[in-house]
Design a protein around this ligand. Structure first.
Ligand code: ADP
Length: 494
């Protein structure tokens, strides 16, 4: 039998400790799914100020001041705390890299009040990347694979290929870099480069720079031994055009042979209405008549009049341009004129906060918004809404549309990236499909898809068939975890 692998999974957000989006869900579920396949996996993230020491059961492993990490000309002390992921039966150890100066704040990347990036994000994540490699040596644990995720971890592969290239401790360690979103790149002026302490010859476009700047994502894309992204369609999109590649399409194209698309899965211990402890009325594919009780609860909570025969459309999202809110803005009058109610849960850009607030003030019986981050409400919306809208401009994988399937909440999505890979367009006559798709990024095409859905909802027999189609789909992590393990295996010594 092949030997178990040692994997360190590095991420800047891990549910339930720190979360702004889907990366946190993946960083919780994937390590546990790999652990369930009998590999040794540990997770590492920064020890942010938002993490409650007592609630998260943190205990100290390495005291602050035991290790110094160089950033530019200064040394910064690092500590390590530890806890566990326990949402499945596969227990995974989590390390928190501690430095109160860099991470003892309430935001992950941006100041919670001003919503502006922290000015020292370059130093914070240089410290994180370098700190991990130093801490592992101190802990005496050399992983076969360091699995890096998104720009905050992008310098790790670069360090492994430069400063640590001849370090015997890392002689057998290989790096995987997963792109969860090409648009967030960690771009800093060239003047930030010396803070990395990488050798001077790394300051080129053939290493960690892109378009003259220090670019963390580019560093990962250039130096990692293998690249992955979170759906097959997105793997093709990001090397095909500037629009999806966000200026880094050429390096992705160069590394095409090393890039694999592996779809994200769902942690059904968290996101399944049959076991969901955060919703008032549990149901499954046989008892989904109970779903309407969740709709009633959701309407009550959001202050919307409960109208059983009017479809209730849910939105849960970071309020960012990526997610297609400009289309909703353009189409708002038509949307509010339709036989439809809308609930929105989201936080992000101010212009979208204003847009939704205005609409809900204008038509309080049609649309209600919660412009905050609220996991419990996210679950209630999945359970209570009839349909779920994701009109994304681009979508690496997307999770909420996959959650929606299991909750019998029919997705309406733009056919891009993971949305296209996970949702099958409805054919009402044939009774087939799991959601309503539209292709062109225009408000008129989005409206047509919503109209198709509203029309379909009127025929409850046909609608219930669609609910069953979606609820019967299985996107559990195991299949994807096996693909990651296969990739790891192909990279390490037997
Ligand atoms: P992305 O990673 O681009 O934000 P995904 O669809 O992959 O998009 O994942 C979004 C995750 O974040 C889901 O688990 C969703 O429920 C959650 N989420 C997003 N916004 C909120 C919010 N305002 N409150 C609670 N959960 C949210």
């Amino acid at each position: 039998m092949a030997r178990p692998l040692n994997v360190l999974f590095v991420s800047s957000e891990v549910d339930p400790f720190a979360k702004t989006g889907g990366l946190a869900d993946v960083s919780n579920a994937l390590p546990q799914a790999i652990r369930a396949l009998d590999h040794e996996v540990r997770v590492m993230l920064p020890r942010y100020g938002v993490i409650n020491e007592r609630k998260a059961h943190l205990h100290e492993m390495l005291r602050l001041k035991e290790i110094d990490i160089p950033v530019g000309g200064k040394k910064h002390s690092a500590g390590v705390k530890s806890s566990f992921l326990t949402s499945t039966h596969a227990k995974v150890q989590v390390y928190f890299l501690d430095n109160p100066h860099y991470f003892g704040r309430h935001g992950l990347y941006v100041h919670p009040d001003t919503k502006k990036d922290y000015q020292d994000n370059d130093e914070r994540f240089i410290f994180f990347c370098r700190g991990i490699l130093e801490v592992l040596k101190r802990l005496g644990w050399a992983p076969d694979i360091i699995h890096c995720n998104d720009w905050p971890t992008g310098l790790i592969p670069a360090y492994l290929k430069t400063i640590y290239r001849d370090d015997p401790f890392y002689a057998e360690t290989r790096s995987v870099f997963t792109i969860h979103n090409m648009a967030y790149q960690g771009v800093f002026p060239a003047s930030s480069f010396p803070k990395t302490l990488l050798p001077a010859d790394a300051a080129t476009e053939k290493s960690v720079k892109a378009h003259g700047n220090l670019n963390f994502l580019k560093a990962g894309l250039f130096h990692a031994d293998a690249l992955t992204t979170v759906s097959e369609k997105y793997a093709t999109e990001i090397r095909s055009s500037e629009e999806f590649g966000c200026g880094l399409q050429d390096i992705v194209q160069e590394r095409k042979a090393d890039l694999t698309g592996i779809l994200n899965g769902v942690d059904y211990t968290q996101w399944d209405p049959a076991v969901d402890e955060l919703i008032p009325h549990r149901y499954d594919i046989r008892t989904f008549d109970l779903k309407v009780d969740n709709k009633r609860a959701l309407c009550a909570k959001m202050g919307l009049p409960f109208q059983e025969k009017t479809p209730l459309l849910g939105i849960i999202s970071r309020l960012a341009d990526q997610k297609g809110f400009d289309l909703i803005g353009e189409a708002f009058d038509e949307l509010l004129a339709m036989n439809l109610q809308i609930v929105v849960l989201g936080t992000g850009e101010k212009k979208y906060h204003d847009m939704f607030e205005k609409a809900s003030q204008k038509k309080p019986d049609r649309i209600a918004c919660a412009l905050t981050f609220n996991n419990e409400l996210a679950h209630l919306i999945e359970a209570g809404a009839d349909m779920f809208l994701m009109p994304s401009r681009y979508e690496p994988c997307g999770l909420n549309q996959i959650y929606s399937l299991r909750y019998g909440t029919i997705p309406i999505v733009r056919a891009t990236g993971g949305l296209d890979d996970t949702i099958e367009d409805v054919n009402l006559a044939a009774g087939s499909g799991t959601g309503f798709k539209f292709k062109n990024y225009t408000s008129s095409d989005m409206l047509k898809a919503i109209q198709r859905a509203v029309h379909a909802f009127a025929d409850q027999t046909a609608w219930r068939k669609l609910m069953r189609n979606g609820m019967g789909k299985d996107f559990s992590w195991e299949a994807s975890a096996r693909k990651y393990v296969q990739l790891y295996r192909s990279m390490v010594k037997k």
